[in-house]
Design a protein around this ligand. Structure first.
Ligand SMILES: [Zn+2]
Length: 106
């Protein structure tokens, strides 16, 4: 039998409220959360409803409303900041990588 830690229980409680308000399936979201080992699917940080930037949020595809995974608030905001556009995200990532390479060389 699987045991649920206090933190895992708090994450599920937080997500259950969001699911209740948005009509998402708690079964689907919880299954994904466990598959992701209670970590954000992008940055892999442990989700934590008590820390603002690590608060868990179900991510949905904007046009279809289809559930895509559980993210931390920070990663979800980043996706929306760049319009969920891979080209814009890649361009920003490239800028950061180039900047880091310049710092290493200097
Ligand atoms: Zn994240």
């Amino acid at each position: 039998m699987k045991t649920t830690s206090k933190r895992q229980w708090a994450i599920k409680k937080h997500l259950a409220e969001i699911c209740h308000n948005t009509g998402l399936s708690t079964d689907e979201v919880f299954e994904c959360l466990e598959f992701q080992d209670y970590k954000c699917s992008i940055c892999k940080e442990l989700l934590n409803p008590k820390k603002h930037w690590l608060m868990p949020v179900p991510d949905t595809e904007p046009t279809t409303g289809e559930f895509c995974g559980v993210l931390c608030v920070s990663c979800r905001l980043t996706l929306y900041k760049y319009d969920r556009d891979p080209e814009k995200l890649y361009a920003r990532a490239k800028e950061l990588r180039d900047e880091r390479l310049r710092l290493v060389k200097s």
